[in-house]
Design a binder for this molecule. Sequence first.
Ligand code: BGC
Length: 726
Amino acid sequence: MAQNSADGWTIHAAGFDPLCERGVEAALSIENGNFGVRAALEEGSAASHPLIIVAGIYIDIAGPAGQTLLTLPDPATLHLAIEHAEIDIQRVQTIEHLRTLDMRAGELRRAWTFDDGTGRRWRLESTRAASAAEAHLYLHRVVLALERGDTANLDIRFVAASDDKAGTAGEVGGDVRMAVVGPASARTRVSRSFAGPWKLASQSAAASVGDGQHVAIESVTSVASGAAPDAGSFDREHQRNRDAWRARWDDAAITVGGHEDLNRAARFATYHLLAAGSECDGRWSIGARNLSGEGYHGHVFWDTETFMLPALMLTRPAAARSALLYRHRTLPAACERARGLGYEGALFAWESTDTGEDRTPHMDTRPDGTTIRILTGEQEHHIAGDVPYAVMQYWRATGDDAFMREAGAEIVFECARFWNSRVTPGTQEHDILKVIGPDEFHENVNNDAYTNTIARWTLETAIALSREDGVAGDAMHALDITLREADEWEATASTIKRSRFTGDEVVSQFDGFLDLDDAPVRKYRDARVPIDLALGFAAMQHLRAVKQADVLMSAALLPDIWSEGGLRANYAFYEPRTAHTSSLSPPMHALVAAWLREPDDTIRYLEQSAAIDLGDNFVGASLGVHIGSMGGLWQAVVFGLGGLKFDADGIAFDPYLPPPISELALSFVWRGRHVDARIADDVRIRIDGEAATVRVNREQRRVSGDATFAYDPMVTYWSATVGAPA
Ligand code: BGC
C-alpha cells in the first residue's frame, strides 16, 4: 500500500485497506499549526475518521485524561450519490485509488478511478491544504468527472455532521463553489456558505453530468477563533500555500543520499515538524500527536522541547519561540504546582493543556484489563530541566536576546529554584529521591541518571546566566534573585549524585538498578506483545529492562559531560536492555550510535525510527503521528549523521555517513543566517550573510559564502568544541 516515490518528496497510499485507514489518515494529514485535517476520504467509509483538530482549544471530557483538544467535523466531507446510490469505495469497482501527500507543496491529493456498477467510469480528483500562508484557511477542491458512460444525476450533500460544541469561542465558516463544467454544458454555479459556531448544517446540491463533463467543487473554509478574515479564491490561496511551503523548505531542506527510505522518512518528519509549528505567540504548544489524531488528547509533554524544538529552532525559529513562550505563559501554573508539592520555583506539568495545570491521567486500563495507577504526573520531574534546556538551545541557535530577557531567563531561574529545593541533602552528596526518569518502567526510584544530570545542568546554567551581562538582569530583579541564592545553587549543583560521567564504567541508571535481574528484552522487541504487557507492569519494577533511553538520553543532550570510553561502555550495556516501547527511543539510539561510529546500529536505529509511522502501511500512526519521534529522527540525521553542533560563535560538523548513506544535504537557519551544507566526499558549506566560524572535525575557518572542507569520518563528536582554536 505504501509506495515509494521516485523524487522522495511524496508519500503515497495506494488502494484502500480499512484496517490501515486510520493510520493513513494521520500519516497523510495536512496541518498548519492552527488546525489539522486527517486525510479521510471525502465521501467517507465505515473505516473513516474524518476530523479537523483545532490547536489550543481544550474541552473537558469525562475520564482520567480530563481534557482533550477540540475536534470539528471536516467540511470536506461530501456525500456523493450517483442515481441516488451513495458512492462507497468498498462497494464500487475501484480501478485506481491513490492518495499522495506532496510534502514540498504542503498538500494532499487524491485520484480515484472507479466503475459505479452500471458501466460508467468516473474519476475523482481532489486537492486539500491547511494553508501555510493564512493559518485559518482550509482549501479543498474536488473534481468528479464522468470519463465514460451515460448521463447521470448526482446528488451531493455537504457535511452531514453537525456538532453540538456551540458556544466554544470560534467559528468555521466559508464558501463552497460548485460548478458543472464540460464540453457540452453551460457553466452553472451553485454557491453556498456556512458559518456559525461549530455548526455545519447539511446542505445539498444536485447536478446532471454527461459523458466528458465534470463537477467541480471548490471550498475555502475558515477555521478561526473570532471573526474569520477575508479569503481569496481557491486558486489564489492554493498558490499562496505552495509559495509558503517553498519558502519553508528553503530553510529546512534535507536529503539523505544513498538510502531512499530514510531520505523520504527524513523529509516526512521535517514536513510534519514544519506543519506543527505555529506562530501563535505562546497561546498553545504542540501535542504528542500534533493535530493528526486523538492519541494523548493533544496533551503537551517533554516531547515538544526535547525532541521537536531542536528541529524547529533551526528551521522555523519563530515557531520554536512561540512554543517556548507557551511555557512562559504557563509558568504561574508551574510555580503553583511546585508549591503544591512542597517545593520552590517551577515544575511544569508532565502533561499540559491550555493553562499549564497538570493533566496527566491518574490511572490507565491496560489491554490485558488490569488497571494501573499512573505516577508520571506525580514523579516525572525531569521536565523542569527539559524546558530550560530547550530555552538555552534556542538562544544559542538564534541569538534571540529579547526572548531571553522577557521570558527565557525567568524559565531557567524558576526551574533552578525548583531543583535546588527538590534535592535531599546527604552527608556528602545530594540525592533526588522518588522520581520517574524517561525509563517509565521504574517508579519511585532514587537518583535517576537522566533526572540528576538535567537537574545539575539546570542549576549550573542558571548560575552562568546570573553572571551573564544583559539578558538576565531583569529576570533576576523581577524574581528577587540574590547572589546568595545563586551561590546556594552552585553548592547544590556540584554535589548532585550521579550527574557527571567522567569514568569509563557502567553507570547505574538509578540506585540499585544494577542489582536487578536481567529480562529477555531482545526476545520481546519484535514480539506482538510488548515486554511490559507480557510480563506485567509490576514485574518491570524489578527487572533490568529499560523502556527508552535514560542514561543514554543524558548523553544525547549533554555529550560533553561524558568521556568517550564511558559512553561506549554504557551504550554497550544499556542498548541490549532497552525495549524501545516508546517511539522516542530508537532515534536517540541512532544519534548516540552515530557519535560512537557504530555503523550497523546507526543504520538499524535510523530505519527503525523511519518505520514508526511509515512502516506496515502506516498502522503505527493510527492514533496520530509520532511527532516527537520525528523530531528525534531529524536530530539523529542532523546531529548524528551531520554531527552538527552550534553555539554563539559558530557551527561545527563531525559528519559520519555509514554505508549505504553516501550524502547528506541540509539547509537551516543559524542566528539569522541561512546555511546550506552538503556532506559527501568532502563538506561544502555556504553561509549567507555575515561570516561565521565553521569547524569540520579539527579544521576551523571563518566562512561567508562558499567553503569546502575535507573531513575524517572516524573522528568522533567529542573532538568538536565549537569556536575553540584548532
Ligand atoms: C513516553 C514519554 C512520552 C509520552 C508521549 C510515553 O510513552 O514514555 O517519554 O513523553 O509517551 O509521547
